[in-house]
Design a protein around this ligand. Sequence first.
Ligand code: TGC
Ligand code: FAD
Length: 406
Amino acid sequence: MQNTFDEKTILKSNKVDTFESPDFYNIDDLLTEEHKMIRSAVRDFVKKEISPIIEDCCQNNIFPKHLVRKFGEIGIFGPTIPQKYNPNGGLDYISYGLMMQEVERGDSGMRSTASVQGSLVMYPIYAYGSEEQRMKYLPKLSSGEYLGCFGLTEPNHGSNPSGMETHFEDKGDHYLLNGAKMWISNSPEADIAVVWAKNEAGRIHGLIVERGMEGFSTPTTHNKWSLRASCTGELVFDNVKVPKENLLPNKSGLGAPMGCLDSARFGIAWGALGAAMDCFETAKKYTMERIQFGKPIASFQLQQKKLAEMLSEITKAQLICWRLGMLKNEGKATTAQISLAKRNNVAMALEIARESRQMLGGMGITGEYPIMRHMMNLESVATYEGTHDIHLLILGKEITGIAAFA
Ligand code: TGC
Ligand code: FAD
């Protein structure tokens, strides 16, 4: 098992988190008062609940599971889902994006927990599920009473999920599920899993598998250098009898899981921006205070060049996120537009993390500052939900009309 959170032994940071986001192009003028209130509430939550414990959680590979309920209380899970199923729902995509930005500013692993629950578990149950499934699962997922996970990737099929081997057979009164998924965020602690598997005809369907079903296990993945506060594991199905009412009835084919990824990748584009902002703000403060050669290092041109380039990239990414959010609100955002945002913003954040790590010199490798943790986390973010190169190929297909995947 991943180590468990213990209020008594966790080493709380006594550093005051004074984060404020850069807004060089007055992008706040494009936000509503409600957007700003939501951002401010989540920022305060991160300062109070995540910043003090996250370094110790990551150093010691602890998943702070108690935060799942707290995320539920402040409405982080599935905020765009209608209020009929999620009392905290009914918000727009800019609100969702701002939430992901703030949570990932705290830690990418915490954003993973939130975006898997909202975009990859609640979204498919809402969009492809029956009314009974919606009423049974969505309120509990939104409150954090249940934690969910999403099983698409397999040991032999990562970038090409259409080749998946996990399959189920119709046994009359139930389905019999066999196979395995790996690299599954939340799996070791999840109450339910939305699992993608092929039927006898080779058609992909989503099934809701519940913890406790015989033959279903969720071994933990160990030895990660990245996302150490997020729990990751496998999903193993050994003749699991899944009730027929647990099949998501309203969409099948690869487009079903891929539709969920559109929503999660959108959240990652915003989240990575949050991590980049945290690195930039940390480097800016440090270089103003650190004296070398009798001056603050911020007075040297090479440091200023790095800061100026970071702010330029953050500003461009903010504009991409805002525009994409508006397109999502209008139901017009395309898969390729989302790919561009996910790929660009994660690469931008990783580059800013690497540059700002350098700017802190030796201090940059310690847990006194958040940069090294962001940098390690972002290596996973660049891989999951479609790798950096897969998103390049999705854009290549959009531009040329020719798929270069195979
Ligand atoms: P291709 O022939 O292009 O498409 C097959 C069918 O799928 C449809 N489709 C989509 N539908 C909606 N949204 C999308 N984004 C879609 N992408 C594809 C497509 O229209 C088609 O439908 P139909 O009805 O015509 O059959 O499929 P392909 O097999 O050639 O693969 C395309 C490729 C490589 C782009 C795709 O498979 C891909 O994106 N691969 C990356 C895999 C990936 O992203 N895995 C993510 C796993 S989940 C995860 O990482 C969670 S981490 C969470 C966290 O901790 O935050
Ligand atoms: P591969 O597909 O084997 O790719 C290896 C390399 O080959 C990559 O660089 C890739 O870009 C490249 N490559 C592959 N195909 C091509 C091609 N056609 N052309 C050029 N280059 C190519 N999955 C889930 O289903 N649910 C989760 O919750 C989840 N959480 C995750 C959490 C973590 C921490 C990590 C690391 C992964 C998670 N994943 C999850 C899995 C993730 O989506 C996959 O790791 C990702 O899609 C890549 O698959 P892979 O690791 O098998 O790499």
